[in-house]
Design a protein around this ligand. Structure first.
Ligand code: MIG
Length: 812
């Protein structure tokens, strides 16, 4: 028996000692005993680090990266022990013997450092970088991962997985975004491990020594981000991996799904019900039963004999239709998509050239290789089968890819843009490239209109092409809250347009659960109700009158807030700030927000604080972070940095508005695509602090905004209640010609002035009783006395033109 002496293990292969250092263009190349290293200053605050064992070449290509390295000013200092790379925003220090990396912010504070003993090392082909745990370090991000907001003590695997009815602590699920943010000592930094193989992240799991990121195979290729706050790190990360473009306005409305609506009259009936019941809705879905024998790009001849007419009828009523597209192509000679794909050799195959077949809905199927440009184009062209009918929305499912039995053979091969890759390397990007193909195909076929794509699987960068939903959740309170955290966590990793199946996919929601879920869902970026085949009806009217009223109220509220929401989406498209913002973005170093009681709270856009609470709880615990917070419904002010226990009921979701912020509202409509709101834009000003928020409008359906066809202006305010509306830029004419400016403040107002350049005039101060949504509490007279409407009595407002010039409103 051979005893390996402690400290002299020869299993773990290290990088070893430094040997030489060179600069080639903007790359710094270090040779060490066992590995080659590249250090690339990528921007002022990003360093890219690549480490490969000697004898292994650096692979070239990444699907995630949207930008080339910037021209970075870097000063390099070499001593006998170390090399330092200093940029404007960060510092990277390489210790030579052995090779180790430490990372500092612009102020020289340590952000992250390699574990002194292990740094980067290999076990066979498996490569790992170990980072020393810092004092009090927390970890956030990693996208669609279950568990707590603070991921300390947990580990996660990135391997896109179809997981029906996943438990709330399941891992992995559908989508992988190997990017996280570390927080400690009032500092923050980001790590993006751009390796598409199965990766594992540990944040001090089962040890108290290090965090690590590890890949089964491939290169150690990671990016370190420094920044003065979490927001700037998200901005850098989304600069690097891309941001969403403006989604079609209709996709921000309420979306009703079902597995499955068929035949035609069921779809038409659902549409009619929404209109008859005065519940806003913009989208209905067709799940797999619309296809003929589940063959993608076909229509079931009996169930949908005239899809064009159905589509036209729906559009007439202000609905769009989103149809499901699964990647599996039925292996059937005579089926056009199969024959064509086969003839052109576009399907994934074994190393011996034989087509790979797996079983999915249509039976034995072939899988288009979306990692090949030609295949993506081919898929896009076939989408004509649905766009010809008038479809503008595409729901891509099963793209992990899923197959019965789950495990695809690892040896199957993908093009990987000519680089080639096995299933091991390609799986995690398959859904992402399917999203890209679907988006680009849709964009081409819709001739200038914005397609809407919804995907289940993805990888970093998927936000450029698709919205994401969290797959097959369960109708249960803990799933409702887990969904909120999944969406918020995706927001930290670049994916802003995300949502969950409201009401739960598997199982059946109770009326109370549905009521609470739909009110929270109204404050989710992507807002869709969906449920499983053979389960009870789960449209908003299926749970009784009371729940119907609550659903109507919250859906209407979302529609009222549309100008605000659209501006929040714009902010996301512009700088990557998510629409649903974990409090870890703005209140990063406040320990309270990570507490189990408060970790589900988030900001919806910059101003609205949402406090999700289980449907069975008569009380909720709410934490107000720094600042002051207006109760959304009553305007009562709450001091920040305080914890409260409040009474809740299913009609009133705890919502608050930040003092020192603004909301933009419009009149209620039932369809964003068909109805035009009244021409008065409501601007709700919540006094009490500085803010800056950009108001944004465009046509909501084309890419004309790329040609200046937008209407935007920055609105700022200060403690003195001077609200500046900047000059409008862009050539788009606003839908609104008047502004009704509401003042939410507990101070007495005597005068409101409108000031433009030198000129200033007093505005007439009016008052009105204002109600956000209708009360519903009078529904249940047996159990409680009819409640009074929640009204803001005598809310002051002024009215003026929606001028494109710069002006100020001065309140005193
Ligand atoms: O094997 O298309 O997550 O939303 O309704 C199940 C049927 C396939 C899984 C999706 C779900 C969808 C269902 N799909």
């Amino acid at each position: 028996m051979k005893i390996v002496k402690k400290g002299s293990s020869n299993f773990n292969q290290p990088v070893g000692n430094f040997q030489s250092f060179n600069q080639v263009a903007n790359h710094f190349i270090i040779e060490a005993e066992n590995a080659n290293i590249q250090i690339i200053p990528y921007s002022d605050s990003i360093f890219r680090i690549r480490i490969a064992l000697k004898g292994q070449s650096f692979t070239g290509f990444s699907y995630a990266i949207a930008e080339e390295p910037m021209q970075v000013e870097v000063s390099v200092t070499e001593t006998t022990d170390s090399i330092t790379f200093q940029t404007k925003g960060a510092q990277l220090l390489v210790s030579k013997n052995p090779f180790r990396i430490s990372f500092f912010n612009a102020q020289g504070t340590l952000l992250s450092e390699d574990d002194q003993a292990f740094g980067t090392s290999w076990l066979g082909n498996e490569v790992t970088t170990y980072k020393k745990l810092q004092e009090g370090e927390r970890f956030i991000g990693l996208g669609e991962k279950t568990g707590d907001l603070d991921r300390r003590g947990q580990s996660y695997v990135n391997w896109n997985t179809d997981y029906f009815a996943y438990p709330v602590d399941a891992d992995p699920i559908y989508l992988s975004t190997p990017f996280y943010i570390g927080l400690h000592n009032e500092t923050q930094y980001g790590v993006f491990f751009d390796n598409t193989h199965k990766t594992t992240f540990s944040f001090g799991c089962s040890n108290n020594r290090f965090s690590y990121f590890q890949a089964e195979d491939g290169e150690m290729n990671y990016y370190l981000f420094a920044g003065n706050n979490v927001k700037s790190i998200i901005e850098s990360f989304t600069w690097l991996t891309g941001r969403m473009s403006m989604p079609p306005l209709w996709s921000l409305g309420f979306q009703q799904c079902r597995y499955s609506y068929y035949p035609t009259f069921e779809v038409i009936n659902a549409a009619k019900m929404f209109r008859d019941k005065d519940i806003p809705c913009d989208v209905l879905y067709l799940d797999i039963h619309y296809m003929d024998a589940y063959k993608v790009f076909t229509w079931h001849p009996e169930r949908f004999p005239d899809p064009k007419k159905m589509m036209a009828d729906l559009k007439e009523d202000g609905f769009n239709m989103v149809v499901i597209l699964d990647p599996g192509i039925k292996k059937e000679v005579g089926y056009h998509a199969y024959d064509d794909g086969k003839a052109k050799d576009l399907f994934v195959s074994y190393p011996d050239g034989e087509e790979y077949n797996g079983q999915v809905w249509p039976g034995w199927s072939a899988f288009p290789d979306f990692t090949h440009e030609e295949v993506r184009k081919w898929w896009g062209d076939h989408m004509k089968a649905v766009t010809d009918v008038g479809v503008e929305g595409f729901w891509i499912d099963m793209n992990e890819p899923a197959a019965w039995g789950q495990h695809l053979p690892d040896l199957i091969e993908f093009a990987y843009e000519g680089e080639g890759g096995t299933h091991k390397k390609s799986r995690n990007v398959y859904g992402y490239q399917m999203a890209r193909s679907t988006f680009e195909g849709g964009k081409k076929l819709l001739k200038g209109k914005r397609p809407f794509v919804l995907t289940r699987a993805g990888y970093c960068g998927v936000q450029r092409y698709a919205a994401v939903w969290t797959g097959d959740n369960i109708s249960a309170d803990d799933h409702m809250l887990a969904g909120v955290r999944l969406v918020n966590s995706m927001g930290l990793t670049g994916i802003s347009n995300a949502g969950y199946d409201v009401g739960g996919f598997a199982g059946e929601a109770t009326p109370d659960l549905f009521a609470r879920w739909i009110s929270i869902g109204a404050f989710s970026p992507f807002f869709r109700s969906h449920s499983m085949v053979n389960s009870r009806d789960s449209e908003p009217w299926s749970f009784g009158e009371e729940v119907e009223d609550i659903s109507r109220n919250y859906i209407k509220l979302r529609y009222r807030l549309m100008p605000y929401l659209y501006s929040a989406f714009y902010e996301s498209a512009k700088n990557g700030m998510p629409v649903a913002r974990s409090l870890a973005i703005d209140y990063t170093h406040d320990a309270k927000i990570y507490h189990g009681d408060y970790q589900n709270q988030y900001l919806f856009g910059p101003s609205i604080l949402v406090c999700p609470v289980e449907s069975y709880k008569p009380f909720a615990k709410v934490y107000f972070p720094k600042g002051k917070w207006f109760n959304f419904f009553t305007d009562q002010l709450n001091e920040g940095e305080s914890e409260h226990i409040i009474e809740v009921n299913k009609e009133v979701l705890p919502l608050y508005v930040k003092a020192g912020s603004v909301l933009f509202c419009q009149s209620a409509v039932n369809s964003l695509q068909k109805e035009t709101p009244k021409p008065t834009l409501e601007v709700h000003y919540y006094a009490g602090g500085d803010f800056s928020f950009e108001y944004y409008e465009d046509d909501g359906q084309t890419y004309e905004y790329e040609n200046q066809k937008f209407f935007k202006r920055i609105i700022t305010s200060n403690q003195n209640n001077e609200i500046d509306f900047g000059k409008v830029s862009g050539d788009f004419t606003s839908k609104f010609n008047k502004i009704r400016f509401y003042l939410h403040t507990n101070e007495k107002i005597s005068n409101v002035k409108l000031k433009q350049d030198e000129f200033s005039k007093d505005l007439t101060l009016n008052h009105e009783n204002y109600r956000w949504i209708n009360p519903v509490s009078d529904f249940d007279p047996y159990h409680k006395p009819p409640a009074k409407p929640i009204e803001l009595n005598n809310l002051p407002y002024v009215e003026f033109d929606h001028s494109t010039f710069a002006f100020s409103v001065i309140v005193s």
